[in-house]
Write a new protein. Structure first.
Length: 574
């Protein structure tokens, strides 16, 4: 399809419209263009302030907003404050004023941290340093809490008592945290405990129990930590129980599905009773084979007589010594003593056992399976299209029961039970019935064509567009081209003189003129127009003699044009 030719024909068609039609089309096009330009301009101006104002700062505190307004009035910059704490200035000065105000440290950050110690002050006392440290620590904690997704802003206050040497007079530190949440947000129990642990970990000797957390409405958060923890634990236990039951049900279905006839012909429900109580036990075991740790032996031995004791009346005789003639009898002596001590090492083994998270107390399973279906026999003994339900026998049910017990680990000593029942499934019965043509067609469409529904939609749209292109657009374009060609054929005369022929004719006329002038001896007074007229008249006479039919058609065309009969539209109007 030649779009260039189509575009040119559209221009020709537009040129043949009446003035009123042209005005209507022009106004419509101008209105559409103006509407599009309005949308573009309005959108661009709406994002940057349609009235020439742009946002300078928003969400400022009252102190920072007062300083910004003071600076704007000092610089004589017009401004306006909307209801949602937004300060707007003319857009041509917004960036300049933003830089100027930012260089003044406005707006200030919501919290100050350890940057307080960047500058050292001469003459600062220990009390000043302690106050600065507490402020810096509070600011850092508040910044950390502000980084949480639900928190818009927060403030932290620490109560740090002075240290004392007396344990009985020691006061534990405490903290209070106030959080302002975003619209529609809420702190979970885990986040509340996390905030308390975060503050407690940053302060020595501070425990999470001594951290008080409140929201912007003054409601204490985290007072029911025990209840919240129990609720979370209960939800976790229920989730674990449901997950394990679902896993056991899938095991039963996967085991029985191959020979029952599919997963849709089995229904299995498993109930597990868990013991979620936490238990731990510690045992000590002594080794009967003792090992000697230390041994001590003491031995004492003495032999011979004991010397006589010196005695008597005090005086000279006693001091002189034994008197001759006196005899002292003595007896021999032998003494032995043995002492031994042995210490044995008492060896023992200490083991601590913690029970698992969940212990199965009891498991029950209920399984329902479908039976078999065979063609029903008619009176003549031949099978018909109708299907007949046949229940499973006792042997098959016992086999299914054994498979189920083994697949999920049934422990009869624990009190586990399995119940197997055989019923006729209505869904299977409906599928087994003989189907008419409509049902088979519907089933075929649902099975094989439904997955390609989206592809068929696009394919149908493409076919419709192709048909519209072939049956509407192309015939319309060809009709316009034919209409244009007919107009061109009506406008053009049957006898045409090409450009090359016109140039050759002009050269021939010039040569004939020069020849005639030379033969007649004419000078500059010769009329060139008369010569052209004579030459052209002679040429036309020759053409008329050679092509009388074309000349007559040309004359007829000229007459029709003069009378207005060549325009088919005017003929139709007449």
């Amino acid at each position: 399809m030649d779009f260039k030719a189509l575009f040119s024909q559209l221009i020709v068609f537009f040129g043949k419209l009446t003035q009123a039609q042209r005005n209507i089309i022009g106004v419509a096009v101008a209105g559409i263009v103006a509407f599009l330009v309005f949308l573009v301009v309005y959108t661009s101006e709406g994002s940057s302030g349609g009235d020439g104002y742009q946002v300078l700062f928003d969400q400022l505190s009252a102190e920072d907003a007062a300083k910004v307004v003071e600076q704007l009035e000092k610089d004589k910059i017009p401004y306006r404050i909307s209801k949602d704490k937004v300060i707007e200035v003319p857009k041509e000065v917004v960036y300049k004023e933003r830089i100027i105000i930012a260089s003044m440290g406005i707006p200030k950050e919501g919290h100050v941290g350890f940057e307080l110690f960047d500058k050292q002050e001469f003459g600062a006392t220990n009390f000043d340093q302690e106050v600065k440290f507490r402020r810096a620590l509070e600011g850092e904690l508040a910044r950390s809490i502000d980084s949480l997704a639900p928190v818009e802003k927060s403030s932290v206050s620490l109560a740090l008592p002075k240290e004392t040497l007396f344990v009985s007079e020691e006061i534990p530190p405490s903290a209070s945290v106030m959080v302002q949440l975003k619209d529609g947000e809420k702190l979970t129990a885990k986040q509340i405990r996390g905030i308390k642990k975060l503050v407690a970990a940053a302060v020595p000797k501070l425990t999470p129990e001594n951290v008080t957390l409140v929201d912007a409405e003054g409601e204490a958060l985290g007072d029911d930590d025990a209840a919240a923890a129990m609720g979370e634990l209960s939800a976790l236990q229920q989730q674990y129980k449901s997950k394990e039951e679902k896993k056991q049900e899938e095991k039963i279905i996967n085991v029985l599905a191959p020979f029952i006839g599919g997963k849709d012909r089995i229904v299995a429900k498993v109930t597990i009773e868990y013991d979620f109580s936490e238990q731990s036990s510690t045992s000590e075991k002594f080794d009967p084979e003792s090992v000697v740790r230390s041994e001590q032996t003491s031995e004492e031995k003495r032999e011979g007589a004991v010397p006589a004791p010196v005695g008597g009346v005090p005086g000279a005789v006693s001091n002189i010594g034994p008197v001759e003639g006196l005899s002292t009898g003595g007896a021999g002596e032998k003494y032995e003593k043995n002492t031994g001590t042995t210490n044995y090492e008492i060896s023992k083994t200490v083991s601590t056992t913690k029970m698992e998270f969940a212990r199965i107390k009891r498991m029950t399973a209920a399984v329902v399976v479908d039976g078999r279906y065979e063609p029903k026999k008619g009176p003549d003994g031949q099978p018909t299209e109708e299907m007949e339900y046949i229940a499973l026998d006792e042997t098959q049910l016992q086999a299914i029961d054994a498979l189920v017990k083994q697949s999920i680990g049934i422990d009869e000593q624990r009190g586990d039970q399995v119940s197997i029942r055989n019923f006729e499934f209505q869904t299977t019965k409906e599928k087994m019935r003989s189907k008419d043509v409509a049902s088979k067609t519907s089933e075929f469409i649902d099975t094989y064509l439904s997955p390609f529904t989206l592809v068929f939609k696009y394919l149908i749209v493409a076919v419709i567009l192709f048909i519209a292109y072939k049956k509407i657009i192309i015939p319309f374009a060809e009709r316009m081209l034919e209409f244009s060609k007919e107009e061109e054929e009506l406008d053009k005369p049957n006898l045409e003189i090409a450009d090359d022929e016109g140039e050759d004719l002009a050269e021939k006329v010039q040569e004939m003129r020069r020849k005639v002038e030379n033969q007649l001896g004419l000078g500059g007074n010769f009329s060139e127009d008369e010569l052209k007229y004579d030459v052209l008249l002679q040429k036309v006479r020759e053409i008329a003699e050679e092509h009388p039919e074309e000349i007559s058609s040309l004359i007829q065309t000229l007459i029709n044009e003069e009378s207005g009969l060549s325009d088919p539209i005017k003929q139709a109007q007449r």
